[in-house]
Design a protein around this ligand. Structure first.
Ligand code: SF4
Length: 223
């Protein structure tokens, strides 16, 4: 493994290379913090295009808020979000999240912003169905809090470039990035979105390294 200063240099170089090529990504695609949080649950194990269909269905039913979600029957909600897949499970998860938000002082996600980041994260992680990636997505994109979102794409890019071990945990990768970069919401917002863009365009299951914005950094993209 490279030493810490090399990792820091590499991560800064990755961010700058991606930003120079792709520019700002304007994430998260959602009209309100509630819609972003709902999208973060719906996107588990499915593509964003399927999430968009489920969100369009929720919008058509005037159900893009937590009160409205809680008024729907479990089967009814599952049917509305069916395009997102795993709809029975996700219907339950959305209700767990909605019930959690209703326990906050004003019953809104904004209440999390008044908490220490670690405390807000710990509370979200205690909600059934909210894992680290979903919690960090909600905190970063719905609550504007400076936490880095790790996903399979992050793991793929960093391991192909020898910055993490294949066995690195979610929290190991998160800490590596957060310790290397300034803890800024906008930077973490863009970095995650840029990595997603990189993996859709170049760092696919079979890497397309030619003309990749990080091609200049040493890598091993063999499957
Ligand atoms: S496509 Fe190749 S050069 Fe680009 S990030 Fe992936 S492994 Fe690195």
């Amino acid at each position: 493994m490279p030493v810490r200063a090399e990792i820091q240099h590499a991560l800064i170089d990755l961010y700058e290379s991606l930003f120079a090529r792709f520019g700002p990504q304007h994430w998260w695609p959602g009209d309100s913090p509630t819609e972003i949080a709902i999208g973060a649950v719906l996107t588990q194990n499915t593509s964003w295009s399927n999430v968009e269909k489920a969100i369009a269905n929720l919008r058509a039913q005037d159900a893009l808020d937590f009160d409205a979600l809680l008024k729907l029957g479990d089967g009814e909600l599952a049917e509305i979000i069916r395009p997102a897949g795993y709809y029975n499970t996700k219907s339950r998860y959305l209700k767990h999240l909605a019930n959690f938000v209703k326990t906050l002082p004003t019953g809104r996600l904004d209440d999390l912003k008044r908490l220490d980041l670690a405390d807000a994260r710990r509370r979200l992680l205690a909600v059934k169905g909210i894992g680290p990636e979903t919690a960090d997505s909600i905190l970063l994109y719905a609550c504007d809090m400076p936490t880095f979102v790790v996903d399979a794409y992050t793991r793929r890019v960093l391991s192909r470039h020898g910055l993490i071990e294949a066995s690195a945990s979610y929290d190991d990768i998160k800490r590596l990035v957060e310790d290397a970069l300034p803890r800024e919401t906008l930077l973490f917002n863009e970095f995650h979105a840029l990595i997603v863009k990189l993996c859709k365009e170049h760092c696919r299951t079979t890497a397309q390294c030619a003309r990749c914005p990080w091609e200049h950094h040493p890598h091993d993209a063999s499957p």
